[in-house]
Design a protein around this ligand. Structure first.
Ligand code: COA
Length: 270
């Protein structure tokens, strides 16, 4: 059941709101929210699937941000960092990052703190070992080596989305130097090391999202001990519908695997 949440006041400092969307195959009327540049970019994309993914991402981005800012979705303007990271024009204090893969969209929001999100649909990786050696820190590679061959690709994607999320929070993406973004798949997600110019690992918080089989996703924010909330946003006629946000926590059995779990005690409806 989607409700008309949230209000802008809901996003506290030291909190991250994560909105998950599903790619709509039919182009919604909200496409009129896109700027001329966004529409032109969408039309240049080669396949209907790529256009649908881009459009849904933009509609969710504009629809969600407009709700937090109390503004018309079509009125929002963006500027771009040196490596292309979009941010809101003007001093709103609201930071965001968008990611899309397959039919999943992930949008993370934070107050005055750099935030990064990455979602990846699992796919066959032909040269997994070479890729892992190039992208993972030695301790991460050793951890991956201890997994069964069936678990290795999944493990790699879990490392990968964390690193991409940190790269995206920094604005530099994969240029950041992925081997220096170090975590462990065991225990609650947290950074063991980050590139020196991003401060210390303790300055950052990290979450994995409990998506369905076939997807990995992570969000990270430059805030110590941040609280993460997660919910679905859906395009509806005339706007965006919001599910109630649920707290992400790490329960004991999942903790062993390092997986995020939704706080089902607080939100029994899930
Ligand atoms: C940009 C990059 C992070 C995208 O990662 P990806 O896994 O392919 O795609 P995702 O779906 O996770 O993220 C794409 C979204 O991230 C945002 N984004 C774009 N550039 C970004 C950046 N440098 N940092 C953070 N977020 C960025 C945009 O909202 C983009 O959405 P859009 O394609 O609908 O505009 C990745 O390609 C990268 O690291 N590139 C290196 C930087 C670079 O070479 N940029 C080229 C321009 S100088």
């Amino acid at each position: 059941m989607l409700t008309r949440q949230p209000s802008p006041a809901d996003l506290g400092r030291n909190e991250v709101h994560i909105w998950q969307g599903a790619v709509e195959q039919t182009l919604p009327s909200q496409r009129s929210w896109l700027s001329a540049e966004e529409t032109a970019r969408m039309e240049r994309l080669g396949t209907p699937a790529a256009r649908a993914q881009f459009l849904t991402g933009r509609v969710i981005l504009r629809g969600v941000l407009s709700r937090y800012l109390g503004r018309d979705p079509a009125s929002l303007e963006f500027s771009f960092g040196d490596y292309g990271k979009p941010s809101l024009e003007g001093s709103t204090g609201l930071e965001f990052n968008l990611s899309h893969s397959g039919d999943e969209i992930t949008l993370a929001l934070a107050q005055s703190a750099p935030v990064g999100a990455d979602v990846e649909a699992w796919r066959r990786l032909d040269r997994l070992d070479a890729l892992a050696q190039r992208c993972l820190a030695p301790c991460e590679y050793a951890e991956l080596e201890r997994l069964s061959s069936a678990e290795k690709a999944h493990g790699f994607f879990r490392f990968w989305v964390r690193k991409e999320a940190l790269g995206k929070a920094s604005g530099r993406g994969i240029v950041l130097g992925l081997q220096h973004c170090v975590s462990s798949l065991e225990g609650p997600p947290l950074w063991l090391d980050v590139p020196a110019d991003l401060g210390t690992a303790e300055d950052w918080s990290l979450a994995e999202l409990p998506l369905r089989e076939g997807f990995s996703a992570a969000v990270t924010v430059r805030a110590a001990n941040a609280r993460f909330y997660w919910g679905r946003a859906r395009i509806e006629s005339g706007g965006i519908g919001f599910e109630k946000l649920k707290s992400l926590r790490y329960s004991t059995p999942d903790c062993v695997l390092g997986n995020a779990a939704v706080d089902s005690a607080r939100y029994p409806s899930r």
